[in-house]
Structures are given as C-alpha cells and as structure tokens.
Design a protein around this ligand. Structure first.
Ligand code: ZN
Ligand code: MN
Length: 475
C-alpha cells in the first residue's frame, strides 16, 4: 500500500435549466448555428445593462437546498477579470465573496462530502480551432454560450479516491436531474468538472494541489485522477516538488500535462459588478423552492428497499427518474420485486440495445405489469418471457396476445412423458428431491423447459413432478 493518500476536491459547473440566458433574453437552445443566440448584452457591447434571470436564481436556491447549503438572503454578483477571445467583455460575471449558497454537503453512499459553496455565474463562448484542415489555420469564435446560466458547485477536498470522485459525480448528477435543476449532460456541455488533487502522507496537512481540466466523461475524471495521484506520489517519493498548476488531461495518451502555473484569486481582480443590484431573497422565494423539490433519489431508494427490492435493484431503478417513475407505474398493478427483475433483465436490455431514451419507452407500463402478473402466477416461464419480450417491447403488445401464438404444451400425457425422461437423465436431482430437497426440483424443471424451449406449462410440470414423487416413482 502506498504511504501517500490523495485529497480530491471537485468544482462542477452545471447549466441551469432555463429557456433564456443569465442576463439577457437570448435563447439557451443547444445546437443553434454559431453566433445566432446572441445580442448586445451577451456579446459585451458598450452601454448595455444586464438584467437578472429570475428562473436561474430560483433554480440556484433549489440546488442550494438539495445540497443542504445555507441559502444566503443577500448575495452579490462580481466581475472576474481576465482576457480570452471567447470572453468579449474581458470579465465573467460570477459570485465571489457572497455566493447565493454555501456550507452544505452531499451524501455519497455513507460518506459525507462537504460543499464549500454553490454560486451563480455566466458561461463564456467557445473557440473552434481549424488547424491543417482549412486553407489558412485559425480559430473561430462562437458566442452562443456566452451568458448561459451556470451554477458552480465547489466541494471540500473530502474525496479520498478516484472511485469516490466518480460516485460523487454520479450522485450529484442524479440529484440535480431529479430536482429539475440541470440536465447535467456532459456531451452538451451542461456539466463540466475540474478536479483539485493533492497527495500527502497520512496524518500530514494537505499537500500542494494541481487542478486538472478537460475531462469529457466521469470515466475520464476517474482515469485522470488515478494518473495524477500516481504522478504526484512518484515525484514526492523521489524527493521532487509539486507545483500548483493547471494540467490538461489527454485521454488518448492517458496522461495529464502542465498547461499553466495556477493563478491566484487575486489575479482576477474581483470586484462587485456595479451594473447589477445585489440578490435579495425573501423567505417566500426560498419556501416556494422547497415545495418544488420532488422525492429525491435517496428517499426513493429507501422506499423501494422497503417494498422488498434488493439494494442492487433499487440502485438500478432509481438511477434515472424517468425509469423510476416507469417502475412505479408497473408496480402499481403487480409485484414490485418481480417488476424490478423484469425491468432490469429485459426492459433495460432492449433500451440499451436500441438506444432509446427513458422518456420514449414504447412498451406501456400496463402491458408490462400484465407480464409481471403472468410470471408471479406461474403462468409463464422465463424462457417464454425471453422469447416474447423483444416483440412485446417494440410493438407495445399485450403479453396474453403474444402467448396465443406460442404453442404451449399443456397435454398432461405429453408433459408426463417429457418429465419422466428428464427424471431418467437427472437421477441425482430426482433422488435429492425425493429425499426432501425442494430446490433439486429446479434442475429437473429446468431440463424440461430446455427440452420444450420453455413451452411446457410450468404449473402442470410442477404438479406432475409432485405426483410422481408421491408415487415414489423410480428413475
Ligand atoms: Zn444575449
Ligand atoms: Mn467557474
């Protein structure tokens, strides 16, 4: 075991789910042609005045609440000054000394990760670099993202492994999606994550940290952290020194590279934005957001395990709110455990194979609950479910209708023949079963189902087995 331990803090930017930008009425639509969602305000023309987006402030309050933060009734916008071609004003409007919320926490499994602050700010634009593919090398700037409302959520360095960073991100994303705060879609840039990481010997104070940027997935965050922890540990073990710097993750090489020595907060010359009045929050605004919070994933998980689902099943089902809502509709009219079982084994498989969003599941919950009931009543075997499920899913078909087309062997004489054959070929299982081991019958039934491709009536198979046992039938 390494004698060095990591301390990881994450800075997560999420795009708040608003129709318009933070300080103007431009659309936040993703995928619009470059420089079409822009106006004098978000392109930083002289003489314009920003106005605050009320919806963004409401969502920031809600986020503060679900992150167990103290909501500050008085907070300020500040200018963070720096120059970059994607930032026409040469400053970003952010919050500095007085953020809208601070001092919260997020439970990741049993572990409490403290949150330093969650503050409002605006996004910058995007540079598109053309090198080697165009007659002249160069960069183009797209200002569509300028002024998109963001919430920056900063954690304490309480995370102690790359895996925990991964779990933190998953938990955070799920929470914000459930609460309708953000889509948290990394591919669309509505969630970005920077990592601060340092290593130290156990018992020592925090070491010098580096910041890693440019990860495109939670998996890359985990990989980048794993690499960076190893790199820092190696440097220190060899007597070297870690510099506070920003490093870029290169996923192709699986390495981080130094980009620039880290600037300090004072380099940005923060000062309160004179164009924007402070944010004053009333008790009503805060309690209104409290009311908007739906049942959150952790509470749902608890409720599902109380319904009898296993930890694993509950975790899978709650992962996306839309899936959990779907599950609840199925479980309204059928056994929840069996419903979860069929959803996880069959429904999710179809969804993943066909890449269908949860909001567009073709099979309605009513038809699925009928299938679940057929299963709990012993009227359908797992093999048959497997056979009919793809068609049922695609055509939103009632399972009973599909079963009509499946030849079910229900002639007792015929089943008895097959069962007796199965007993001959599974003599050990038969003797175990006769000796009182109920479970051993499963092996014989399984054999019968294999022989008949699942089309033997399971209730009759079971009945015949019992009769033969009572007759003390000999293999
Ligand atoms: Zn605008
Ligand atoms: Mn930021």
């Amino acid at each position: 075991m390494s004698e060095y331990v990591p301390a990881i803090g994450l800075e997560v930017h999420v795009q708040l789910k608003t129709k318009s930008k933070m300080f103007c009425s431009c659309s936040t639509d993703f995928g619009a042609p470059p420089n079409t969602n822009i106006c004098p305000v978000c392109t930083g023309q002289p003489g314009v005045l920003p106005t605050k987006n009320k919806k963004a402030i409401e969502l920031a309050i809600r986020a503060g609440l679900v992150l167990n933060c103290k909501i500050q009734k008085y907070s300020l916008f500040a200018r963070k000054n720096y120059f970059y071609p994607d930032l026409p004003k040469a400053y970003q409007i952010s919050q500095y000394e007085l953020p809208i919320s601070k001092e919260g926490f997020l439970m990741v499994g049993d572990k409490k990760i403290r949150i330093i602050r969650a503050h409002l700010e605006e996004d910058a634009g995007k540079l598109l670099h053309y090198i080697g593919s165009t007659p002249v090398d160069g960069s183009l700037v797209d200002l569509n993202r300028c002024g998109i409302p963001l919430l920056e959520i900063v954690s304490y360095p309480d995370i102690d492994s790359p895996q925990m960073a991964f779990d933190y991100l998953k938990t955070l994303r799920r929470l914000l999606r459930y609460a309708g705060i953000s889509d948290c879609d990394m591919e669309k840039g509505s969630l970005r994550c920077d990592c601060n990481v340092s290593v130290r010997k156990i018992g020592e104070k925090l070491g010098v940290k580096t910041e890693i940027k440019n990860m495109n997935s939670f998996k890359e965050v985990k990989d980048a952290l794993t690499y960076e922890i190893e790199r820092q540990t190696k440097v220190l073990k060899e007597g070297g020194k870690i510099f506070q710097e920003t490093r870029l993750w290169n996923p192709k090489q699986g390495k981080t590279f130094a980009m620039r020595r880290k600037e300090e907060a004072h380099d940005y010359r923060y000062f309160p934005d004179p164009d924007l009045r402070p944010i004053f929050l009333s008790e009503e605004m805060i309690s209104e957001q409290k009311k908007q919070i739906p049942e959150l994933p952790a509470d749902r998980k608890k409720r599902y395990t109380e319904m009898g689902l296993s930890e694993y099943q509950a975790d899978v089902i709650i992962d996306e709110k839309e899936l959990a809502d779907y599950f609840e509709k199925v479980a309204e009219n059928s056994n929840p455990c069996e419903a979860a079982n069929i959803i996880i084994t069959h429904l999710l498989r179809q969804i993943n194979e066909k890449n269908i969003p949860y909001s567009q599941i073709p099979l309605n919950p009513q038809n699925l609950s009928e299938l679940v009931n057929l299963k709990t009543d012993g009227k359908i075997t797992p093999q048959i479910i497997k056979r009919i499920f793809p068609e049922m899913f695609e055509k939103n078909e009632n399972p009973k209708k599909l079963l009509e087309n499946i030849e079910v062997v229900s002639d007792e004489g015929e089943i008895k023949k097959i069962v007796m054959d199965a007993i001959q070929k599974n003599a050990q299982a038969w003797n175990d079963y006769k000796a009182g081991n109920e479970k051993a019958s499963g092996r014989i039934i399984g054999f019968v189902m294999k022989q008949t491709e699942g089309s033997a009536d399971p209730v009759k198979v079971k009945k015949i087995l019992e009769e033969l046992k009572n007759e003390n039938f000999d293999s």
